[in-house]
Write a new protein. Structure first.
Length: 348
């Protein structure tokens, strides 16, 4: 029989309780990175090994190369420094010898040491039951951290939105979206928008003394719409066919004759499923894009595409976010795209 556990939210403060956290320092650390707090006995034993294997599982893709669910750093409880305790994600596993539990307890402590932080504590008086929780119910931990990170990006975009793109989106498609203020409208047509966000990062060269090199990361958001006629339009094959046609004529590559297309290699083939999107029927596809039309054209990356049926306008509206960053991991950039797409609200 499956073991039960308690989920106990603590210090879960809403935006209306801003004053209660104003004295806290801001959380720091990279998105998707967990500081794990465990004593040597647990960390060096079966529970620690199991936790590492769970955190190292491949995150949802497909990506051009595997990436773990989370990055992590482990510290002992007595070694938690002021810097570590300000990390945005903390996870503590412990055996509580002073209490007797009937089930494993999972506590979510928000804004505990720092503002904008999620601290999850998993504790039990029975080590076998604690192991069983990590083995069977780790997804609860992953979901809590992932949702927290997604909401952090959404708050950032809502607090400093791109009002120009939002107004264009409302006018053309009847939907509101929160995009970063530094994104720029690249192309505007009757039923198509292309928004780009370019950022540069420096990386140290591979050879000693080679200095640093600058690489660019591009996030793009594509909007397009088509009249809705029947339910067969809202299935994967039809959506991909329409996607490839639209990309070919609207999203050119840098080389003459090249254009964005979808990767259909069996190992990277797109994955899709029906969703409820902003309260309406929809479909989500995740996959890889690549350049086509010119043999010398190279490049590609992951994309997330959501299509929603706007019944009031009798239109299928598609919003596709994509990443181009060949020198970098993609997990957190995809999370940013997910946050943008999750901010969408149909207004008419």
């Amino acid at each position: 029989m499956k073991k039960l556990f308690f989920l106990v939210p603590v210090f879960f403060l809403s935006c209306g309780e801003e004053d209660a956290t104003s004295w806290l320092p801001p959380a720091s650390g990279a998105h998707g990175e967990i500081v794990v707090i465990m004593d040597d006995g647990l960390w060096n034993g079966p529970i620690g090994e199991l936790l590492v294997s769970k955190m190292s599982e491949h995150c949802r893709g497909p990506y051009l190369r595997p990436e773990p669910l989370f990055n992590y750093t482990r510290v002992r409880p007595d070694g938690l420094s002021h810097i570590n305790q300000l990390n945005r994600l903390l996870l503590k596993l412990m055996i509580d010898k002073d209490s007797v539990y009937q089930t494993t307890q999972m506590l979510e402590l928000e804004n505990y040491f720092a503002k904008g932080q999620l601290f999850i504590v998993i504790k039990d008086s029975d080590i076998d039951r604690l192991y069983s929780f990590v083995l069977n119910d780790f997804q609860f931990i992953a979901d809590a951290f992932n949702q927290f990170e997604l909401q952090a990006f959404q708050r950032e975009y809502r607090n400093d939105p791109n009002t120009n793109v939002d107004e264009k989106s409302k006018e053309k498609f009847g939907l509101s979206i929160s995009l970063p203020a530094d994104s720029k409208l690249a192309v505007e047509k009757d039923s198509f928008l292309w928004v780009k966000r370019d950022r540069s990062h420096n990386m140290m060269g591979g050879d000693p003394g080679s200095g640093s090199e600058t690489y660019w990361i591009t996030q793009g958001i594509l909007f397009w719409a088509e009249p809705y006629t029947n339910a067969s339009q809202l299935i994967m094959d039809s959506l991909l066919q329409r996607r490839d046609t639209l990309l070919k004529y609207n999203v050119p590559g840098r080389l003459a004759g090249s254009y964005m297309s979808t990767e259909y290699d069996p190992y990277y083939k797109p994955q899709g499923h029906s969703i409820q999107f902003a309260g309406y029927d929809g479909y989500e596809i995740r996959g890889l894009w690549r350049y086509a039309g010119e043999r010398a054209a190279v490049g590609g990356g992951p994309f997330v595409q959501r299509t929603v049926l706007n019944k009031k306008r009798n239109m299928l509206i598609t919003i596709c976010g994509y990443i181009y960053g060949p020198k970098f991991d993609k997990r957190e950039y995809i999370r940013e795209v997910d946050a943008m797409l999750s901010s969408i609200e149909l207004i008419e």
